[in-house]
Write a protein that binds this ligand. Structure first.
Ligand code: EPU
Length: 302
């Protein structure tokens, strides 16, 4: 018989695992909106992962993994089950001796992986300068910019399924495209990236160029980055801008005046404000251009 949720706290008393109750998800997403998770589990040690998954499957509550929270928005109702984050034991970044390869844990910040690669004289991740989020989330959605994308550097990915079975996929076993990767169906534990030798100075120049491009975007504010995918042959930001929607505000949420594919929480927005703004932008763009914008961010409303 599955234990009652009230027993969840005892159930997760495992070494390397910590549990919080009623944890606001707004704290764990860059947009900063959304309700609370009934339980918030942080797994700090890789060996604890399988045991924690076995218990998650027995606790009778829905569970999901959250990465850096830069592409995820939760509804105001929060999450009725267990939200799982990978902690410090999943942030290691290492050079594979004698190779142009780096292995990193899924919870490593993408920018930390890029900076480590630069110090090692390994190029290929400069596009990621200023891109928020963790490696695992980046791989699940094949994060990228027109200058590059993460799956292009992927040598192998270590994953685990919802039954706790581990597997390593080689790069040729992973399907990926624009903001899509077959890894999204797995829990990503870590990955090996194949990079190209170059001088740290040259790498830094490309990082600076990517950061300059990033300054055209509303950095340092509560956003989820680009909200919509670019439709084939077009740019969501341009379409929204041409529709005259910059600055459109609902409650505490507005379309950025700086880059129209960003929405900003002024600190008082609810998830419902963001959802209404998404709906209004989509409807207005569709009425004007006949193009239905597809969300790039994940909106989670169980
Ligand atoms: N544009 C406008 N008005 C705007 C914004 C953009 O007219 O308000 C026009 C630009 O002038 C340009 C075109 O739209 O002609 C494309 O804009 P931009 O170069 O800013 O790039 P993007 O396609 O909007 C993509 C990624 C960004 C990434 C930049 C880096 C997507 C959905 N977005 O944006 O990624 O930072 O390139 O160049 O692929 C993210 O995924 O969260 C993200 C921010």
């Amino acid at each position: 018989m599955s234990p009652l949720p009230e027993n969840t706290i005892e159930l997760f008393q495992l070494p390397g695992v910590s549990l919080l109750c009623d944890e606001p998800l707004a704290k764990h997403t860059t947009m900063g909106v959304g309700g609370a998770a009934r339980f918030f589990l942080t797994i700090d040690e890789p060996p604890a992962l399988e045991a924690a998954i076995a218990k998650l499957n027995r606790c009778g509550l829905p569970w999901m993994i959250l990465g850096g929270g830069s592409n995820t928005i939760f509804g105001d109702g929060g999450w009725p089950g267990v939200m799982v984050a990978l902690g410090k034991g999943f942030r290691k970044i290492e050079r594979i001796p004698g190779k142009n390869r780096i292995s990193a844990g899924a919870a490593a910040q993408l920018s930390a992986v890029m900076n480590f690669a630069k110090r090692e004289g390994l190029a290929g991740l400069e596009w990621a300068a200023g891109v928020p989020g963790q490696l695992g989330g980046a791989l699940a959605g094949n994060a990228g910019t027109p200058a590059g994308e993460i799956c292009a550097s992927l040598e192998a990915a270590d994953v685990i399924d919802r039954n706790g079975i581990r597997k390593t996929f080689r790069h040729d076993e992973i399907q990926h495209g624009y903001r899509f990767s077959s890894l999204r169906d797995w829990i990503i534990v870590g990955a090996t990236l194949e990079l190209t030798p170059d001088s740290p100075d040259e790498i830094q120049k490309r990082i600076d160029a990517a950061l300059a491009k990033r300054m055209e975007q509303p950095v340092g504010q509560r956003t989820s980055g680009c909200m919509f995918k670019n439709p084939p042959g077009n740019a969501a930001g341009r379409l929204i801008d041409q529709t005259g929607l910059k600055g459109l505000r609902i409650g505490g949420a507005r379309v950025s005046e700086q880059h129209a594919n960003f929405m900003i929480n002024d600190g008082t927005a609810t998830a419902s404000d963001i959802e209404k703004l998404i709906a209004q932008v989509r409807e207005t763009v569709e009425a004007r251009h006949g193009i239905r914008l597809e969300l790039e961010i994940k909106l989670i409303k169980p």
